[in-house]
Design a protein around this ligand. Structure first.
Ligand SMILES: Nc1ncnc2c1ncn2[C@@H]1O[C@H](COP(=O)(O)OP(=O)(O)OP(=O)(O)O)[C@@H](O)[C@H]1O
Ligand code: SF4
Ligand SMILES: [Mg+2]
Length: 334
């Protein structure tokens, strides 16, 4: 499968200033990854590790106080390559929704609370297609019908819909122009478990129907286990491990990934779940060396001074941890 989107050595910081004191939050630090056509690429990690910031940059929506400090984001579409930082804003806007669309964190952000759903669809489609009101009505009605959504929701305001229906509508809005790539930021986080399952199934059905690629951001490893083909684990703005989902869950090699997986609830398991000790660091003053070292039970002297490189540890498997070289790269411990 070829890459649809490539990120190379990306660094992006929030630079703010108050009372003459400048503060730099290193939210994305040397991130490299490639998203392949037709896959579900998961991005995992605790709150504050830079997931939403990364998505914002992929969408070409980085704006002050967020600054791109280095690296590149390249889309490979229609036989050509587009460097998102080199594109004029008008072209970037065109890229959004035609090539890449976005399901934001919290569905209320996508739907205007004071407009009926129908009007939100109209506003959106009119901004991108030259269609009459009647044609838009038909287009939207057909699309919702094909997805099994009742057309009567079009006459509702967002607050009149259940959380699950609102999120399905948000997904329908983001995908109605059939973009080849969809970026979803915590698409089910605010929903209860049963509703969550239905919405994820809906998202996957839409993806399969459109044969599109999905970048799925969530801190919930259970969601990645169910839906993602590959997963990148972010910690404090950096990719610490990336692998096929089955490999990642069967043989996680980075201690942080191991914690994330062990903290998942298991059916019929009454033993206490292992929570990750400590808290993620503040990114205006991240730890030196391996950013995970203050929380890592295996930390060695070198971990405190020098950041481990992200290395290939197997087919389709990369990780950044000195334990790998100490163990000859087989990655099997505890
Ligand atoms: N506008 C901003 N100004 C300064 N710092 C910011 C800004 N937005 C985010 N940050 C910081 O950047 C870091 C990454 O934030 P981000 O929202 O990308 O994390 P996240 O992984 O999406 O978290 P969550 O799971 O809570 O959504 C955090 O330390 C956050 O405090
Ligand atoms: S590099 Fe060191 S501190 Fe970082 S995860 Fe590996 S063992 Fe732990
Ligand atoms: Mg976020």
């Amino acid at each position: 499968m070829s890459a649809l989107l490539e990120v190379n050595d990306l660094c992006a910081y929030y630079v703010t200033s108050a009372y003459g004191i400048e503060r730099t939050v290193q939210a994305v630090e040397r991130v490299s990854l490639a998203v392949r056509e037709n896959e579900v690429f998961g991005i995992a990690g605790e709150s504050g590790c830079g997931k939403s910031t990364l998505l914002k940059i992929l969408l070409g929506m980085a704006s002050p106080p967020l600054r791109i400090v280095g690296g590149s984001v390249t889309y490979h579409v229609n036989g050509g390559s587009l460097d998102i930082f080199a594109l004029p804003e008008a072209k970037r806007r065109q890229l959004r929704w035609q090539v890449v669309s976005y399901i934001p964190q919290g569905s209320m952000h996508a739907l205007n609370p004071v407009r009926r759903i129908r009007d939100t669809f109209h506003d959106f489609i009119r901004a991108h297609r030259r269609l009459s009101k009647r044609q838009i009505d038909e287009f939207v009605g057909d699309y919702l019908g094909n997805l099994g959504l009742p057309s009567k929701v079009l006459d509702s305001y967002p607050h009149q819909l259940s959380g699950g229906m609102r999120q399905r509508i948000t997904i329908a809005l983001a995908t109605i122009l059939s973009p080849p790539l969809v970026l979803a930021d915590e698409p089910t986080t605010a929903l209860d478990v049963v509703v969550q399952r239905g919405v994820l199934q809906f998202l996957e059905e839409v993806r399969q129907r459109q044969e599109s690629t999905l970048v799925l951001v969530t801190h919930d490893m259970g969601v990645h286990a169910n839906l993602a083909d590959r997963v990148a684990v972010l910690y404090a703005g950096q990719v610490v491990e990336e692998a096929n989902t089955t490999t990642l869950f069967a043989q996680p090699v980075h201690p942080y990934t191991q914690y994330l997986i062990r903290s998942l609830p298991k059916l019929d398991d009454r033993t206490e779940r292992l929570s990750i000790p400590g808290r993620p660091p503040a990114l205006d003053n991240p730890p030196t060396g391996c950013r995970f070292h203050p929380r890592c039970p295996y930390a060695m002297a070198i971990c405190k001074t020098t950041a481990p490189p992200l290395e290939q540890v197997g087919p389709n498997h990369r990780a950044a941890c000195y334990l790998l070289s100490a163990r000859g790269g087989d990655g099997s411990h505890a």
